[in-house]
Design a protein around this ligand. Structure first.
Ligand code: UD1
Ligand code: CA
Length: 450
């Protein structure tokens, strides 16, 4: 049996932020969500998140994890004090407690599995995840007898100069035999440079303790400041791009592309330079995205091209072409084989298959049939200053250049709207609507000299 405790009560002073540190986003998920996701292959009996600073906000952010129990650490008196808060909750628990820092977001599930396995195989009182770190500055240093028999952890700030030379660091990830740990927890002292209760001291009191070195030290990067947040983003990007390329995605210039790990890129998509794909986005096979595009929480079908455009919270179906310089947002739903061209903005609008909206248009709160042709400069006037109103445009209709469709309005199928019209009344099927002043010709007319 294993229970998990994620320490997430600290403010994270070094972030210089009003947002609790563990809620800072990293590639589409907060730090603490990433820690929760790293438990995917462990299936713990119970998961505790220790909250304190802005605890309500942290709870809210983790709302969707219904199996998480929150434990309040009202005053943050250190990592040991945080774990002490579990004593009433795990009274009588006979299993192991895996303790994770909420600010270590890049852990691989396999690493946690192997920590647990060593802990159980060796029947340890505690097992500690460590790394040989090229830049150990700031981390607790771990001293061992032989290669992995634990002797002592000393926090960076409590280290002598000689101790600081030790490159083996404490990852902040531990597995404890709970009955043994629960005996030690009440005895923790605050005799250190920060005057805090340290969980690392509990490790110092337990026996036997061994350490497990993580293979890739980048996994255990702890986020204490914005620079480390950026470093973690870099590591995450490298992982995501390597995985994308391995699965058959072409990244023309990986360095100028950013990806979230909540996205799906099907094989044979091509991501051009300066392109960013975020949130719950899916890009279908054969599509070419970019250069210079942002796709956010959107589903792009197969064989779509998106060029210098922004697509958010929208859908683009198979074979459509978007851009350059288009903006699809707020549930734009573009059918198959459409063309959405230069300087076109589409919001909360459904567009039927094979419809063209090629230049300089705004369509909002509209539904368009199939094979519609929207002329350059067609605008839906959908907002009267108080409410948004719908526009319906039937299949095969053509709007002339510079038409204004004043909503609410229904335009039938197979109609033509004359260029420059301001349409305020419904247009029946198979008709021509002209709503502009007639042209006047004054023959043999010259300007008079005054
Ligand atoms: C800790 C370890 C250090 C290790 C490093 C790895 C201790 C004493 N030191 O140091 O050996 O190398 O992590 O990243 O544990 N927290 C609480 N309540 C508190 C204090 C902290 O929940 O009262 C949480 C924080 O929100 C954070 C985590 O515990 O998520 C770690 O705290 P932090 O202050 O960042 O510890 P470090 O100084 O990094
Ligand atoms: Ca830390």
């Amino acid at each position: 049996m294993v229970a998990v405790a994620i320490l997430a009560a600290g403010r994270g002073t070094r972030m210089k932020s009003s947002l609790p540190k563990v809620l800072h986003p990293l590639g589409g998920r907060s730090l603490v969500e990433r820690v929760l996701e790293s438990l995917s292959s462990i299936a713990p009996e119970r998961i505790f998140v220790i909250v304190g600073y802005e605890g309500e906000r942290v709870k809210q952010a983790l709302d969707r994890y219904s199996n998480v129990e929150f434990v309040e650490q009202a005053e943050q008196l250190g990592t040991g004090h945080a774990v002490q808060q579990l004593l009433p909750h795990l009274d009588g628990f006979r299993g192991d407690l895996l303790v994770l820092n909420g600010d270590v977001p890049l852990m691989r599930p396999q690493t946690l599995e192997s920590l647990l396995k060593t802990h159980r195989d060796r029947d340890n009182a505690a097992t500690l995840l460590t790394a040989q770190h090229p830049n150990p500055q700031g981390y607790g240093r771990v001293f061992c007898q032989g290669n992995n028999l634990f002797q002592q952890i000393v926090e960076h700030r409590d280290c002598t100069d000689a101790q600081k030379q030790n490159p083996r660091i404490n990852a902040g990830i531990y597995c404890f035999d709970w009955p043994k740990l629960s005996q030690i927890l009440p005895k923790l002292q605050t005799n250190n440079d920060q005057g805090e209760y340290y969980i690392t001291d509990a490790v110092n009191y337990l026996d036997p303790v061994t350490v497990v070195d993580v293979e890739d030290y980048q996994e255990i990067l702890g986020i204490n400041d914005r620079k480390q947040l950026a470093a973690a983003y870099d590591i995450l990007q490298t992982r995501l791009k390597d995985a994308a390329m391995a699965s058959g995605v072409t990244l023309i210039d990986p360095h100028s592309v950013t990806l979230d790990d909540t996205i799906v890129l099907e094989p044979d998509t091509i991501i051009e330079p300066n392109t960013h794909i975020r949130g719950h986005s899916v890009i279908g096979s054969g599509s070419r995205i970019g250069p210079g595009s942002l796709i956010e929480n959107s589903t792009i079908g197969r064989n779509v091209t998106v060029l210098y455009s922004v697509v958010s919270d929208s859908i683009v179906a198979e074979g459509s072409r978007v851009g350059p310089y288009a903006h699809l947002r707020g549930r734009a739903d573009i059918g198959e084989g459409c063309r959405i061209g230069n300087f076109v903005e589409i919001k909360q609008t459904q567009v039927g298959a094979k419809t063209n909206i090629a230049h300089l248009s705004y369509l909002g709160n509209a539904t368009l049939g199939e094979r519609v042709n929207i002329g350059a400069g067609t605008i839906t006037a959908n907002y009267d200053g108080f409410n948004k109103h719908p526009t319906h445009i039937g299949s095969r209709t053509k709007t002339g250049s510079n038409s204004v469709l004043v909503a609410p309005v229904n335009i039938g199928e197979d109609t033509t709207i004359a260029a420059g019209s301001v349409i305020t009344e419904d247009v029946p099927d198979d008709s021509l609507a002209i709503a502009r002043s007639r042209q006047t010709i004054k023959a043999s007319w010259k300007p008079k000299m005054s």
